[in-house]
Design a protein around this ligand. Structure first.
Ligand code: HEC
Ligand code: HEC
Ligand code: HEC
Ligand code: HEC
Length: 403
């Protein structure tokens, strides 16, 4: 290893080193795992130290042999030109060879699951894997499909803003309600927002004009939640009832969940600060009188105590639950640090996703989010992904020219 890291990688490729630990095709599982281990341990180490071309780093590929395998076994789904023949089947043309090897190896070893691919790869020799990868990598990037056009790609924020028109009549332009009894939505926690609308829809809470909420798709709803969460809640004057100073000590029992001054830091617990006071009175009494059910809410305050509590929360300054990410370009800025054009990540094998099939990108992101596709700490951290975000990100990348 030391020799290789000192720059001899031009003559000894990582793949060949890995192969040497078991030159014969393995026939037993113990052999397989030794070789696998060598591959997994050696490959990243060697790649860090090498300035080789990517083809060399995975060993020389016989492109003609790769083409023959593809024609026989893969082209029916991935096309001879590397274009997936149906939504959900990824384009493989011009994909990074090292990434193709890594993903085929993952299917083969069952760390990434897909029935058809597992069957196909389990019998594949390492040379086949390398050749097939080399073939797909050698294909030119695909032209955008003629009928696809360039959809205008909206972020969840922009979708939410557009959908909020019908809500503004009651909840205010930016979700800051100025109407007695109507709650402010500006700055509200997004998961709470979604669960509140669900509660109206399934009858756990009642509201007039439920039809309007019923028309919202799941993505509209998440988009609205993100849009409102990003708005700044306005400050409020003290209401005509109650005493904020007397309410403060009573709020000690609430602060553990709703935040010290009613600014919640937990996405399914609502903020109470700067909320419309008549709405707050009604909500707290509804819990107490059990017309609104929730196991965690306290319900033993007197009317006077409730008024004091509400006066206290009304005058507290609130804050937006989300930082406003307005365009989808802003949304993917983090992703472009690895997936952007011309970015080199020396220690990672980053697949190309520009121009990729939209349905496939959606599946891949859902798989990371739901823990069904392992490996990527990065993705599980950066993808507390709502469907609304997944759709926007997939639309953006699929609309970019493949490279
Ligand atoms: C029955 C259709 C079908 C056939 C045949 C097929 N694939 Fe696939 N392939 C798929 C689908 C669907 C996926 C996406 C699976 C997933 O989400 O993990 C995929 C994913 C892949 C990936 C992962 C791409 C990525 O971006 O992560 C590679 C590499 C791949 N296939 C290579 C091959 C090769 C090589 C063959 C021939 C030996 C082949 N496939 C045959 C349908 C097929
Ligand atoms: C006709 C007036 C009106 C319109 C239009 C309206 N709402 Fe409301 N909304 C209300 C009222 C009144 C309440 C309080 C009901 C209650 O007491 O539970 C409410 C409550 C809510 C709540 C719960 C807030 C909380 O703190 O629990 C959410 C979320 C909400 N509305 C979302 C929306 C969305 C999204 C739209 C647009 C699609 C919308 N509303 C349109 C009147 C309206
Ligand atoms: C154990 C955690 C917890 C404690 C303690 C708690 N709450 Fe809550 N509260 C919640 C959760 C969770 C919800 C959302 C419930 C729902 O979806 O109906 C909620 C909802 C509310 C709402 C409805 C807000 C809206 O926008 O409709 C009000 C008002 C409220 N709480 C006031 C209080 C007050 C006042 C106290 C203290 C006396 C308190 N809560 C104590 C967790 C708590
Ligand atoms: C630190 C670098 C890095 C960042 C930042 C990053 N990715 Fe990735 N991405 C990778 C790597 C490495 C892989 C391959 C992992 C694997 O094999 O599963 C990958 C794989 C993917 C795939 C699967 C592609 C395929 O062909 O199957 C998608 C989709 C994806 N990333 C989307 C995103 C999105 C969206 C973001 C932003 C939220 C993001 N990535 C941020 C490094 C990164």
């Amino acid at each position: 290893m030391a020799r290789m890291l000192n720059g001899e990688c031009r003559t000894v490729s990582a793949e060949r080193v890995a192969m040497r630990s078991s030159p014969v095709e393995p026939s037993s599982t113990s052999r397989l795992s030794t070789r696998t281990l060598a591959f997994v341990v050696l490959l990243p180490l060697v790649l860090i130290g090498c300035e080789e071309t990517k083809e060399a780093a995975i060993g020389p590929a016989d492109i003609a042999a790769g083409k023959a395998v593809v024609e026989a076994q893969c082209a029916g789904c991935h096309g001879s030109d590397g274009r997936g023949v149906a939504p959900g089947i990824p384009d493989l043309a011009a994909q990074e060879a090292r990434y193709l090897v890594a993903s085929l190896t993952a299917y083969k070893q069952g760390t990434r699951t897909h029935a058809a691919l597992q069957d196909l790869t389990v019998e594949m020799k390492d040379a086949d894997v390398r050749n097939v990868a080399g073939f797909f990598a050698s294909l030119p990037p695909l032209e955008a499909a003629a009928d696809q056009g360039m959809p205008s790609v909206l972020s969840p924020y922009e979708k939410g803003e557009a959908a909020s028109d019908v809500c503004a009549r009651c909840h205010g332009e930016d979700g800051n309600s100025t109407t007695v009894g109507i709650p402010t939505l500006a700055g509200q926690q997004p998961r709470y927002f979604v669960s509140a609308v669900r509660a109206y829809l399934d009858g756990r809470r009642s509201i007039e004009g439920k039809e309007m909420l019923r028309e919202l798709s799941h993505v509209d709803l998440e988009s609205l939640a993100l849009y409102y969460a990003s708005q700044s809640p306005a400050r409020r004057e003290a209401p005509a009832f109650g005493d904020p100073a007397a309410g403060e000590p009573l709020s000690a029992r609430c602060g553990g969940c709703h935040g010290a001054y009613g600014v919640s830091h937990e996405t399914s617990t609502p903020s109470l600060a700067s909320q419309e006071p008549h709405y707050l009175i009604k909500a707290i009494k509804a819990y107490r009188d059990q017309t609104r059910q929730h196991s965690v809410m306290l319900d033993d305050n007197t009317d006077e105590e409730i008024e004091n509590l509400v006066a206290f929360y009304t005058v507290q300054e609130s804050a937006a639950a989300e930082g406003a990410v307005i365009t989808v370009e802003e949304l993917v800025a983090k992703c472009d640090r690895c997936h952007g054009e011309g970015v080199e990540q020396p220690t990672l094998t980053v697949p190309k996703i520009a121009g990729q099939n939209r349905a496939y990108l959606i599946n891949a992101m859902r798989a990371y989010r739901d823990g069904k596709r392992g490996n990527s700490m990065m993705h599980s951290m950066s993808l507390p992904y709502s469907e609304a975000i997944i759709e926007s990100v997939a639309s953006l990348y699929s609309s970019q020219p493949a490279r």
